[in-house]
Design a binder for this molecule. Structure first.
Ligand code: NDP
Length: 471
């Protein structure tokens, strides 16, 4: 039997869809799953694509079924399962075979695995795949990190299966070692902020203006026609419009306000903090998910403090335009923060991350896909020395026009007692960032007062101490 071009381990949601995508693009793929019945079930359900699929009942059979040098994709849960699979494969594969971890790994694990395998093991690639089930099946956005020559060997497969934006494949080699998984992590961090800000605007429309889900759906649908056009705004409109067949009510009103998280948002916030880069809009979104989980505490707090009742009435066209612009401004800050974290990591780890390319491969296939990312790619390409989106000519113009709306919406929400943690973090970041003389002179003085840490002066070089009257 003709051997496979590539192998895949883990036929769960992502793995099964990715394998079908690969088979559909004309590559032969050998597949293995821990639970053998799933492997056969998968092959049986593959229809005509089964001709390109070789189901394998053991890892040895999988390795034997692939043409050397063998690329093998792991699509299993991040963490211990990945280490277990690598340990099981290591004795079976050759030095120039390539293990590709395509799950949502922590990039620090990817760096460790790459270092561990460098001496005696096969080659290793850390590959972020975004787009969920649909993306995996019909075209994900793919972020690759690892040795460039290994990437070049799998590039034809990735080029064929990736999402396309105006004909361009949304996949790229982004740098060595953990670069791909780091970029995927920040992608998810930005996704958290994007979703949170949309939810905050939904909260203003629902609780501030008292609108029904279907009215809010039509507002988001309208915004999706303009500069906010994106997958997340599109699905928000669809979700808000959907009716629960059991109750006949909007399904969103029947869903518990408690959102889960798997870790990538938290990792983004942790890495931003480790690198000393403010990513407050993302951090606020992660914290908002944690607060959402504290349902019983929130209910008790509402009993204790109460919540203001809305008296705003339906929003005017002008108010709606302000909300749209506030969301746009908040989004600019969140993306600026995410890209700044990647730029800092790139310096720290010597990756040379291509910011414009990252924005370009996010234009399709992934959850944050949008036309906005096309503008970001153009902004970075047009100002290659600028790492801060807020300082690119295009986005500084956008921000100049939109930030007064963000200010108005955050201020009115604060007055009305409506929580907008991510939008207000974005505004606070912008206001702190654009102020040439801030207030850290006082912080320096306080630190010198209690800890003799010294301070710099505005009028001369060196470290100085104040003549504090401590007694
Ligand atoms: P699923 O839970 O659907 O599937 C997990 C797969 O891994 C199954 O095939 C399972 O096999 C196998 N598996 C689980 N534990 C082990 C183990 N210890 N050893 C060997 N095989 C194991 O997961 P997903 O497909 O959703 O996710 C896979 C990866 O992709 C994760 O890292 C996830 O974070 C990432 N990802 C998921 C996305 C999504 O939208 N779902 C989007 C992007 C990335 P068995 O049948 O035997 O249980």
């Amino acid at each position: 039997m003709e051997k496979a071009d590539i192998g895949l381990i883990g036929l769960g949601t992502m793995g099964a869809n990715l394998a079908l995508n690969i088979a559909e693009k004309g590559f032969r793929i050998a597949v293995y799953n821990r639970t053998t019945e799933r492997t056969h079930e998968f092959a049986a359900e593959a229809g005509p694509l089964a001709a390109n699929i070789i189901p394998c009942d053991s890892l040895q059979a999988l390795v034997d079924a692939i043409k050397p040098p063998r690329p093998i994709i792991l699509m299993v849960p991040a963490g211990a399962p990945v280490d277990e699979q690598i340990a099981a494969l290591d004795p079976l594969v050759a030095r120039d075979d390539i293990i590709i971890d395509a799950g949502n790994a922590n990039f620090r694990d990817t760096r460790r695995r790459m270092a561990e395998l460098a001496e005696t093991g096969p080659r290793f690639i850390g590959m972020g795949v975004s787009g969920g089930e649909e993306g995996a099946r019909h075209g994900p956005s793919i972020m690759v990190g690892g040795p460039e020559d290994s990437y070049r060997r799998i590039e034809p497969v990735l080029e064929a299966i990736a999402a396309r934006y105006e004909g361009e494949a949304c996949q790229a080699w982004l740098g060595p070692d953990g670069a791909g998984h780091f970029v995927k992590t920040i992608h998810n961090g930005i996704e958290y902020a994007d979703m949170q800000m949309i939810a905050e605007i939904y909260g203003i429309l629902r609780d501030g203006y008292g609108l029904e889900a279907r009215d809010i759906a039509s507002i988001f649908a309208r915004w999706n026609e303009g500069r906010l056009n994106s997958y997340l705004i599109e699905i928000t409109a669809e979700v808000l419009d959907a009716i629960d067949p059991e109750t006949g009510k909007p399904i969103v009103d029947e869903i518990l306000d408690r959102a889960g998280q798997k870790g990538t948002g938290r990792w983004s916030a942790i890495e931003a903090q480790s690198l000393g880069v403010p990513a407050t809009a993302i951090e606020a979104a992660v914290a908002a998910r944690s607060l959402s989980a504290m349902k019983s505490e929130r209910e008790a707090a509402e009993k204790r403090y109460g919540i203001p009742t809305s008296s705003a009435g339906a929003p005017s066209e002008q108010a709606l335009a302000s909300l749209e612009a506030a969301l746009f401004a908040g989004k600019i800050v969140a993306y600026a923060q995410g890209f700044a974290v990647m730029a800092a990591a790139s310096r720290e780890f010597g990756w040379n991350l291509p910011l414009g390319t990252i924005a370009r491969i996010w234009r399709a296939g992934c959850i944050i896909r949008s036309q906005f990312l096309g503008a970001i790619a153009d902004a970075f390409d047009g100002a290659p020395e600028t790492e801060n989106l807020l300082m690119t000519p295009t986005f500084s113009q956008y921000m100049e026009a939109a930030h007064p709306h963000l200010r108005r919406v955050v201020a009115q929400s604060a007055e009305a007692g409506l929580p907008v943690p991510s939008l207000s973090a974005a505004l606070a970041h912008f206001d702190t960032f654009r102020r040439g003389r801030g207030t850290a002179n006082l912080i320096q003085a306080q630190r010198d007062f209690f800890g003799a840490h010294g301070f710099e002066r505005i009028d001369r070089e060196g470290s100085h101490h104040g003549a504090w009257k401590k007694d």
